[in-house]
Design a protein around this ligand. Structure first.
Ligand code: C2G
Length: 133
């Protein structure tokens, strides 16, 4: 069984999040998603709309997701890969190169981001009373 892991905040869950989770799952048989806790997001200077418990439950309910774990630090990835016997680490190409050090432990795949959607753009769209096209 090929196990895949990916990490993220997944606030205001949108099609870009769904696309990368589906693509990540298509690379293996079992997908673990590490969802950033509220405390960890503070360190990422991200103020979430949804609290961790909502973001984690929403991700867990996605059909292609097999397991959700909390992301509490930048340093946990190697332990996660070992503990969960991960074969492939996947993340959006906005992180290209940042996680190459994981290549000693598993395959590292950077996937293209979905264009013209982001949690920030959704927040601005809602604020302006508009809709996502
Ligand atoms: N993503 C995407 N397309 C978008 C928006 C996001 O493919 N239009 C991807 C990101 O590249 C990332 C995942 O969706 O792989 C989650 O994005 P965020 O919730 O913004 O997560 P991020 O802040 O990048 O946190 O340790 C890694 C960090 O936790 C990643």
């Amino acid at each position: 069984m090929k196990k895949v892991i990916t990490y993220g905040t997944f606030d205001l869950f949108h099609i870009g999040h769904l696309n990368i989770l589906k693509r990540a799952k298509s690379l293996g048989d079992y997908l673990v998603v590490a969802v950033s806790t509220d405390e960890f997001n503070t360190g990422k200077h991200k103020q979430c709309v949804y609290p961790y418990s909502h973001r984690a439950q929403i991700v867990e309910a996605i059909r292609c997701v097999d397991e959700v774990i909390p992301e509490t630090s930048w340093e946990q990835k190697i332990d996660d890969i070992r503990k969960h016997s991960i074969d492939i680490f996947v993340i959006g190409e906005d992180w290209a190169g940042k996680f190459d050090f994981l290549k000693d432990y598993c395959e590292v795949v950077y996937l293209p981001r979905t264009k013209s959607i982001s949690t920030t753009s959704i927040r601005n769209t809602v604020k302006n009373g508009k809709s996502i096209t």
